[in-house]
Every structure is written in structure tokens, then in C-alpha cells.
Design a protein around this ligand. Structure first.
Ligand code: SAM
Ligand code: SF4
Length: 334
């Protein structure tokens, strides 16, 4: 392996999240507008380019690869890419290949994902109520996702549920979701809604349900113990003594996790964002397309990592969305 990627704050980059498409079969209200204009196909990295890019990062020390989107499983031919990445699992260079999905296509792909070496998937699900599910995802239908989760578990994939905490929407389902996940042997992580995309400030702040409040409500029924797990990301974990359930809390705005950040993100157009909360980015598609020589690409990656900022600027504390970034989550990949 070449010299590993170390940023200016001595953080080694081990975790790469890659968005393979900006398209999606859902239109979640906090993520996309209903009439999205998607990028021209020629702007997206091809599956071969994605392979080259990810393989280069793995050669530079990335051990964990998470595929996201948009909805990664609506990208045509995506299973070819997963199959190709399995060679890095076989060689031991890659420790984990995983994805974040809305679950709509899991019934179709769960077995293939397992065969490619995927062992865990994150499925995003904000409610267990059919009508509310249709309301929040606009185009999604709950039974399709439940079938997908059933198929994933049957295929042997460990499923973690990601739930965006939304005030006045799923507050009343906190215990239902916890019970449901416990019964099915699934971990659950709550995510605070983030100021992404072009939804107005007021809407977003009314949607904002602080995970400190969520935690307080959880503590009314369960004995909580903080777990010392450090994933290098914004998730903290608590254990519920009564069920031994591990619950993740992702609070990118209210808690500082940046010191241990070991991750970078690549958009579906090959831009690298070294911090989720900042707009600074570098282009890797140009270097990818300019030359078949990977040295050129590697230099561009190293130059981008050298610009990784110390931390992000999200701040809701003054009831305006300071540090808001304009791009959509579906572009950067959540
Ligand atoms: N389509 C896939 C899915 O929904 O899991 C992968 C991409 S999606 C952008 C990744 C994650 O980002 C999902 O868990 C989604 O709930 C979350 N997300 C999208 N917009 C968000 C926002 N504004 N704030 C917090 N989480 C958001
Ligand atoms: Fe699609 Fe995921 Fe965004 Fe929902 S959160 S619109 S499923 S990309």
C-alpha cells in the first residue's frame, strides 16, 4: 500500500462514503423537492470510474466503503459495482462494504448483496404508519420497504434502521420504533434533521426535534448507559438496560465530533467533500477522466485531503440556520 491518507489535523482517512446516483424513487420531504431536476447522465461517474476511484482510495488505506445516493439501488447495473468491490474484501484490504438504502429495492437485491460480501445495510425508515410513510416519502409505500427488510434479514444481512427525528411527526412513535427494532433484532439510530437543500429556514426549524429531548423521553422508560463506541463519525450510542438494545444518536449540529472524523464523501459527479457541514470540495472527475494513470488521481486525492477542514459550522443556537449548506443530501450522499 502507498503512504496512507492523513489530513492536516493528523486524522487518518479510513472511511469513504460514495454517492452513486442523485436519483431516487422516493421524494422525502426533508431531502428533495417533489420536482427534482436530476443531473445529466454524462456528469455522473460511470461504474468503471467508480471502481477506479474507490479502488484507489482503498489502495491509500480506506477500509470501510459505504455506498449511498440518492437511492443507490436504483442505479442501473449497480450490482456489477458491488461484485467488483468484493475483490477488495477478498484481499483483506477492505474490511467492510456496506450501503444506506431506502429499502425499496432490497427484496430484489438482498441475496446479490450478500453474495458480493455485504453483511450490513442501513435502511432509512421514519415511521411505521402507512399514511405517514406515504406523506414523508411522497412516493414511497411502507409494505415495499418492510418486504425489503424481510428479504435482507432472510438473506443474512444485519439491518440497522436510520430514523430522522421530526418534531410533530414521529415523536409519538419513539417507543413503537424501539420495540419493533428490538423484536426484529435490529439496531436503531436517530438522526437530527440537517439544514440541507433549499427548504426554507422556518420549515426546517419546526421539524427540528433535538435528540437531547428524545433521549430524555427514552429515559422515562429505560435506563440509559452511554457506550464508549467511537465510530469516528457523528453517532453516539446508548444502551437500554431493560432490552440490551443499542441506540445510536446522530447529532451533527449539537455535538462536536470533528476531532475524530476519519471520513470523506464523494458525490455522484466525483466531487470530494471532506466535511459534511462545509461547502469546500475538490473535483476528482477531471483527474479521473484526464488520464488513465492513477498517479494523477492519487495526487488529486492527496491535495483534497490536505484541505480537510478542522470541523463544521452547523449552528441552530440562534434560531437561524447558520452554516447552512446549499447542496442536497441526495447529491452528497447521506
Ligand atoms: N436513499 C437512501 C436512504 O434514504 O437511505 C440513501 C441516501 S439518503 C440521502 C441517506 C440518509 O440521509 C437517509 O437516512 C435520510 O433519512 C438522511 N437524510 C436526508 N436528508 C436529510 C436531512 N435534511 N437531515 C438529516 N438526514 C437526512
Ligand atoms: Fe431518496 Fe433517501 Fe433522499 Fe428519501 S432520503 S428522497 S429515499 S435519497
Amino acid at each position: 500500500m502507498n503512504t496512507p491518507l492523513i489530513d492536516p489535523f493528523a486524522r487518518a482517512i479510513r472511511y469513504l462514503r460514495v454517492s452513486v446516483t442523485d436519483r431516487c424513487d422516493f421524494r422525502c420531504v426533508y431531502c428533495m423537492s417533489e420536482n427534482m431536476t436530476f443531473l445529466p447522465k454524462k456528469d455522473l461517474l460511470t461504474l468503471e470510474e467508480l471502481d477506479r476511484l474507490c479502488s484507489t482510495f482503498i489502495g491509500l488505506g480506506v477500509e470501510k466503503l459505504r455506498i449511498t445516493g440518492g437511492e443507490p439501488l436504483v442505479r442501473r447495473g449497480i450490482m456489477t459495482f458491488f461484485d467488483a468491490m468484493s475483490r477488495h474484501l477478498d484481499s483483506g484490504a477492505l474490511r467492510e462494504l456496506t450501503l444506506t438504502t431506502n429499502g425499496s429495492q432490497l427484496a430484489k437485491y438482498a441475496d446479490d448483496l450478500y453474495a458480493a460480501g455485504v453483511r450490513r445495510v442501513n435502511v432509512s425508515l421514519d415511521t411505521l404508519n402507512d399514511d405517514k410513510f406515504a406523506q414523508i416519502t411522497r412516493w414511497g409505500r411502507l409494505p415495499q420497504v418492510i418486504n425489503g427488510i424481510d428479504a435482507a434479514q432472510k438473506a443474512g444481512l444485519r439491518v440497522k434502521i436510520n430514523t430522522v427525528a421530526l418534531k410533530g411527526f414521529n415523536e409519538d412513535e419513539l417507543f413503537t420504533l424501539l420495540d419493533w427494532c428490538a423484536t426484529r433484532g435490529m439496531d436503531l439510530t436517530f438522526i437530527e434533521v440537517m439544514p440541507m437543500g433549499d427548504i426554507g429556514n422556518e420549515d426546517r426549524i419546526t421539524q427540528y426535534w433535538s435528540l437531547d429531548d428524545l433521549r430524555t423521553t427514552m429515559a422515562e422508560r429505560f435506563t440509559l448507559t452511554d457506550l464508549p463506541l467511537n465510530t469516528g463519525g457523528p453517532a453516539r450510542y446508548v444502551e437500554l438496560a431493560e432490552t440490551s438494545q443499542k441506540v445510536g444518536l446522530i447529532t451533527p449540529m449539537t455535538h462536536n465530533f470533528c476531532e475524530s472524523c476519519n471520513r470523506v464523501r464523494i458525490t455522484c459527479t466525483g466531487e470530494i467533500y471532506t466535511c459534511l457541514g462545509q461547502d469546500g470540495h475538490s473535483d476528482l472527475r477531471g483527474p479521473l477522466r484526464a488520464s488513465h494513470d492513477n498517479a494523477h488521481l492519487e495526487n488529486a486525492i492527496r491535495a483534497a485531503i490536505a484541505l480537510k477542514p478542522k470541523g463544521h459550522d452547523f449552528d441552530y443556537s440562534r434560531q437561524s440556520v447558520d452554516g447552512q449548506v446549499a447542496r442536497h443530501m441526495s447529491h452528497t450522499g447521506g
